[in-house]
Design a protein around this ligand. Structure first.
Ligand code: SAM
Ligand code: SF4
Length: 421
């Protein structure tokens, strides 16, 4: 979502006459769009500010703006901590930066209040030549006990379906082959009686987009109708990101996730029975307050049982102001790291096995650019959102190539282009 917001803000600045420069030290304006989900992300921003603030000595007119979640959370404290920062704009205010810079709305340096944005005024832009993100809903009100998002992104509100379709259509006109619809919980999208499956159907029918993706799905709201919609519409890519967080019912309850492992398992079985081919990915947290070794092992068992194609795995990080910040953070850092490493090693093995099942199959893949190792090899994205590498004479970004998968490791597929009728 931050990538999407950054691309939109950047495009809006460019229309006002700004252009990108190669090096930060030569910029008139540096914008840091920030994340607050884990402490590490915030530490990194403080580190970056430490590096950047010195540039002002040699370029006194330079402006520094910190925007997004961390800006919302810290507000004016951020300017107190780093006086070189000129603007602090929260998640609802970052799109006002171009106006602020032109002095149209005064010169107030800190703006973090919610409720100021007309969300349908936000015009998403392409992330790169062939794909883009379109935010369909902002904010979240699930209040999972560990999570800062509801506090820094505010109440959930959905964009109008017309606005979304228009945004996707514009991206397609600009060359997008793939568009990802974004929301903290896309499954609770609701606008004038339209739910998420209806929206997907409309985007597929009206936008001209060849490949539609979406994330993230909260298990509590993933409906049968959604699964049927994906099964019936080939333009919707068969990849579902379905965060489990923990394999233990007690921990899930304490996290405020409002589903049990059995319920989650049932959703997965249903998805796999209705879709011929689907990839499943997830988010997992280890070391949540009071998580016992046995409960951690339930997460390992869930990973073995469900067989995810890949996973984002995190060690629990206390976020001040959340409900879980009031719990005793009693799993030591050392033990959190140990559990995380064990989980990562297991998931790698599972990813390897899942990827082996792709060998021999043909995957229609969008070329994203040359592979990191060689200009003669293309890097492309399969329908299931996996990276595939194959030889290509002229790297033609944005083309969809049928690729037969010939080998795979835990992270990447390798293949060869094939002729199809
Ligand atoms: N809305 C999405 C959902 O409900 O799955 C996820 C959004 S959150 C920004 C992305 C992931 O970060 C979460 O799924 C969770 O695994 C992880 N996360 C959030 N808060 C965390 C915390 N305090 N410590 C560690 N990981 C956290
Ligand atoms: Fe955070 Fe839970 Fe909302 Fe996801 S659903 S953003 S984890 S509060």
């Amino acid at each position: 979502m931050n990538l999407a917001d950054s691309a939109t803000l950047c495009a809006s600045l460019i229309t006002r006459g700004y252009r990108r420069v190669a090096e930060e030290k030569d910029a008139d304006l540096i914008v840091l769009n920030t994340c607050s989900v884990r402490e590490k992300a915030e530490d990194r921003i403080m580190g970056r500010l430490g590096e950047i603030k010195g540039f002002k000595d040699t370029r006194p007119g330079m402006k520094i703006a910190v925007v997004g979640c961390m800006a919302h959370r810290l507000g004016k404290d951020l300017i107190q901590r780093v006086p070189q920062v000129d603007y602090v704009l929260g998640t609802d205010r970052l799109f006002e930066l171009p106006d602020l810079l032109e002095g149209l709305e005064g010169t107030s340096g800190v703006m973090t209040a919610f409720g100021h944005e007309n969300i349908d005024d936000i015009q998403p832009t392409l992330e790169n030549a062939h794909s883009g993100f379109v935010t369909i809903s902002r904010g979240c009100e699930n209040f999972c006990t560990y999570c800062i998002v509801p506090y820094v992104r505010g109440k959930e509100r959905s964009h109008s379906a017309d606005h979304i379709i228009e945004a996707v259509r514009k991206m397609v006109d600009e060359g997008a082959v793939e568009v990802t619809l974004l929301g903290q919980n896309v499954n609770s999208y609701s606008f004038e009686g339209m739910d998420f499956p209806d929206l997907l159907q409309r985007v597929a029918a009206e936008s001209g987009c060849q490949r539609i993706r979406f994330m993230t799905s909260h298990p509590k709201d993933l409906s049968e109708k959604l699964v049927e919609t994906i099964a019936a519409e080939p333009k919707i890519m068969p990849h579902i990101h379905l965060p489990l967080q923990s394999g233990s019912n007690r921990v899930l309850k304490r996290m405020g996730r409002v589903y049990s492992y059995d319920h989650y398992r049932g959703i997965v079985e249903n998805i796999r029975s209705k879709l011929d081919y689907v990839t499943l990915t997830t988010d997992l947290i280890v070391g949540f307050p009071s998580e016992t070794l046995e409960e951690f092992e339930m997460t390992l068992a869930a990973v073995r049982d469900i067989q995810y194609d890949s996973a984002f795995m995190f060690r629990y990080s206390v976020r001040s102001g959340t409900t879980a910040a009031g719990f005793d953070d009693d799993v030591s850092e050392h033990e959190k790291i140990r559990r995380l490493n064990e989980l990562i090693a297991l998931q790698q093995q599972v990813s390897f096995e899942r990827n082996q099942r792709e060998v021999g199959e043909i995957r229609y893949s969008v070329v994203e650019g040359p592979s990191r190792r060689s200009e003669q090899f293309a890097r492309a994205r399969t329908e299931g959102n996996k990276t595939v590498i194959f030889e290509m004479d002229r790297i033609d970004e944005g083309t969809v190539v049928p690729v037969r998968i010939t080998s795979a490791d835990a992270f990447t597929l390798h293949g060869e282009p094939v002729e199809t009728n």
